[in-house]
Design a protein around this ligand. Structure first.
Ligand code: NAD
Length: 398
């Protein structure tokens, strides 16, 4: 079989000769008891770069030993991309949300042999899920592999926005010492109302991590959490997003991108938020209207916006979120720490082993199977597609 793997570029100066840490901490299971990825073997060193082209997700030896062909490229956007050329006779496509290969209906229709799209990570909105259902292409992801990684990034971003860390760091770095400038937008998080749109694996982990800051916690989700969890964390449940955002100082967005959530934070929703609130969005860029976010930061309706997700990706150089005021954006990194890479590389291999050996892929990994939403897909997504506009990714210039 032919496996096409679309990964982000290597570091500009080449692959690291050494790493900051010699080994990764050992983790036994995910917080809810789900087992970590368990492939029969791995051919990489956990803690090394795996998500870039030369890292190859540690898959080459495994695939070639079994007689398969692996093609790895980062060239994914615009006319005649390498990925598009290789897709036409590929059986399986692997892509990561950080550098998403937008698998639109049009592309799928040029790939008659395609059987499965694997997301090496979490969040499969870069695949036209409706087209995958229509063409009976299965879509799977490595559920939980980086949910905790993202929740840590959310905590970092809430604290850095509210305390105004980026501004203070810039002053220190540039040789300055004006304390008044450094603190004129700096507050404590203690006592604030913090709410999450969705309390799935990431949203709940973010709530748990914020609880020790002595804040008031809120959530909205289409699935209510068990009463025991609501009591343990003293959570206020909201039937609607609107009711939650009206009372929150900080809103973090943690639902997948699908037709129900696309453009959820538009001008109307942002105007229902408490004036001066902060948004941290590590879910997907397209859940927020980019112009409405920038305008709200200009007007003061929002005090800050941070996250690591953009639309499309890579974000065009003139994407307004690169230059709007009071933002703490990173490129899409929260789920691709070296720690997370080791888990999703192992999870990708587990999925491939199951597929080649005709064994069932874990239910938790399924998004689309046999033409229907399945597993996490049925729980967390809705039918339809969210890939429109992705061709703009070609506008990014290296
Ligand atoms: P999850 O499936 O555990 O949780 C998703 C939650 O969203 C579920 O509880 C579901 O009920 C809720 N939900 C879905 N649609 C909703 C709606 N319309 N209204 C209210 N709630 C809704 O997934 P997770 O591991 O928590 O990941 C969530 C998302 O975060 C992913 O789909 C992905 O888009 C994003 N993510 C980003 C990164 C990153 O690197 N930035 C990494 C992993 C995941």
């Amino acid at each position: 079989m032919k496996i096409l793997c679309v990964l982000y570029d290597d570091p500009k100066d080449g692959m690291p000769g050494s790493y900051a840490l010699n080994e990764l901490p050992k983790i036994d299971t995910y917080p809810d008891g789900m087992t970590l990825p368990n492939p029969k073997a791995i051919d990489f060193n956990p803690g090394e770069l795996l998500g870039c082209v030369s890292g190859e997700l540690g898959l080459r030896k495994f695939l070639e030993d079994r007689g398969h062909t692996l093609v790895v490229t980062s060239d994914k956007d615009g006319e005649n991309s390498q990925a598009d050329k290789e897709l036409v006779d590929a059986d399986i496509v692997i892509s990561q949300p950080f550098w998403p290969y937008y698998l639109t209906r049009e592309k799928m229709e040029k790939a008659p042999k395609l059987k499965m799209a694997i997301t090496a990570g979490i969040g499969s909105d870069h695949v036209d899920l409706q087209a995958a259902m229509d063409h009976k292409i299965d879509v799977v992801e490595v559920t939980y592999c980086n949910s905790i990684s993202v929740s840590e990034h959310i905590v970092m971003m809430i604290l850095s926005l509210v305390r105004d860390y980026h501004n203070q760091h810039a002053i220190a770095k540039s040789g300055g010492w004006n304390i008044a400038d450094a603190v004129k937008r700096s507050y404590d998080v203690e006592g604030m109302h913090i709410g999450t749109v969705a309390a799935g694996r990431i949203g709940l982990a973010a709530l748990r991590r914020m609880q020790p800051f002595d804040v008031h916690l809120h959530y909205h989700d289409r699935h209510r959490l068990p009463e025991s969890v609501e009591q343990e964390l003293n959570l206020s449940f909201h039937e609607t997003v609107e009711s939650m955002v009206a009372v929150c100082d900080v809103v973090t967005i943690n639902c997948p991108l699908h037709p129900e959530t696309e453009n959820l934070f538009d001008e109307t929703m942002i105007n229902k938020m408490k004036k001066g609130a902060y948004i941290v969005n590590t879910a997907r860029g397209k859940i927020c209207n980019k112009e409405a976010i920038a305008a709200a930061l200009e007007s003061g309706q929002l005090s800050g916006y941070a996250g690591d997700v953009w639309f499309p990706q890579p974000a065009p150089n003139d994407h307004i979120w690169r230059t709007m005021p009071h933002h703490g954006m990173t490129p899409h990194t929260s789920g691709t720490s070296l720690t997370a890479q080791a888990r999703y590389a192992a999870g990708t291999r587990e999925i491939l082993e199951c597929f080649f050996d005709n064994q069932a892929i874990r239910d938790e990994y399924l998004i689309v199977q046999n033409g229907e939403l399945a597993g996490v897909g049925a729980h967390s997504y809705s039918k339809g597609s969210a890939t429109s506009g992705s061709e703009e990714a070609a506008e990014y210039k290296k």
